[in-house]
Design a protein around this ligand. Structure first.
Ligand SMILES: [Zn+2]
Ligand SMILES: [Zn+2]
Length: 258
């Protein structure tokens, strides 16, 4: 089985101690490629550095909605320079998060729109982060897109209606370990059957969101566990895991231009 962890934060300090073991387990699980996602200038720099030095690693650059309060034109200028590197295959993660409110709604929206413009000008696909924006992210996307936006709604956890709208815009849908969690994943397991197979990506969002099968052993998520997401997805959709894995690999390569 060939797997692409389409969204993880391997630059996180929690991987420093045993990075080689983490990557060995990923290889053993069939993970042949990973997208290391930036959330601010520092993590974007680290992601690009990793992607430059390691086989099968790709990077994205961007400012997460949580971190927009410390974003400036200077920050995005630096990020654009970083994105010049051929290993950078996406812009993100960007979006709106009205759940935690680490940055105000105005500031989040300002930098979301600004970064959408940048991604468009650089012709990079976008990694979207959305949580509790109450339809606002979709509203912005629809008002903005006279052209189709290429991108993925990572860690999708929205409603059936939101799913339909994302699909109508042409976006990919990123599925995490939430799918495996008994109570929290019940609704997602129901609607994931409605996603056309050519629009699905799988991801870990490591070190966060450890899937249920691994949760008892370890709190920290890692790319190897994307296999559990894929297997649960195949089970729920009643599809052959090998075939599904191959389709999702192709989807991910198509989106990120790999
Ligand atoms: Zn996110
Ligand atoms: Zn993330």
């Amino acid at each position: 089985m060939k797997l692409f962890d389409s969204h993880c934060h391997l630059d996180d300090h929690v991987f420093e101690k045993d990075f080689d073991n983490v990557m060995q387990r990923a290889a053993d699980a069939g993970v042949k490629a990973v997208m290391v996602v930036g959330v601010d200038l520092n993590s974007s720099e680290k992601a690009v550095k990793m992607a430059k030095s390691k086989e099968g690693f790709y990077a994205s650059t961007g400012v997460h909605p949580h971190d927009t309060k410390s974003c400036s034109e200077d920050t995005v200028k630096h990020l654009m320079e970083l994105a010049d590197d051929p290993n950078v295959r996406a812009w993100g993660e960007i979006g709106l998060d009205f759940n935690r409110m680490y940055s105000s709604t105005d500031v989040q929206e300002k930098w979301f729109v600004r970064q959408l413009e940048i991604a468009n000008s650089l012709e990079l696909p976008v990694i979207f982060h959305e949580r509790d924006s109450n339809g606002r992210l979709l509203e912005i996307l629809k008002s903005y897109s006279n052209h189709r936006i290429k991108g993925v709604v990572h860690c999708f956890s929205g409603s059936r209606d939101e799913l339909e709208e994302y699909l109508a815009i042409g976006l990919y849908i990123g599925i995490t370990g939430i799918l495996t969690i008994k109570k929290r994943g019940a609704y997602l397991r129901d609607i994931v059957k409605n996603i056309p197979v050519e629009r699905i990506l799988v991801e870990t969002d490591a070190p966060y969101l450890t899937p249920a099968p691994e949760k008892n052993r370890t709190r920290r998520n890692e790319p190897a566990f994307v296999r559990s997401v894929l297997l649960k997805l195949a089970e729920v959709r009643k599809e052959n895991p090998e075939v599904l894995a191959e389709t999702i690999w192709d989807n991910t390569c198509r989106l990120y231009g790999v």
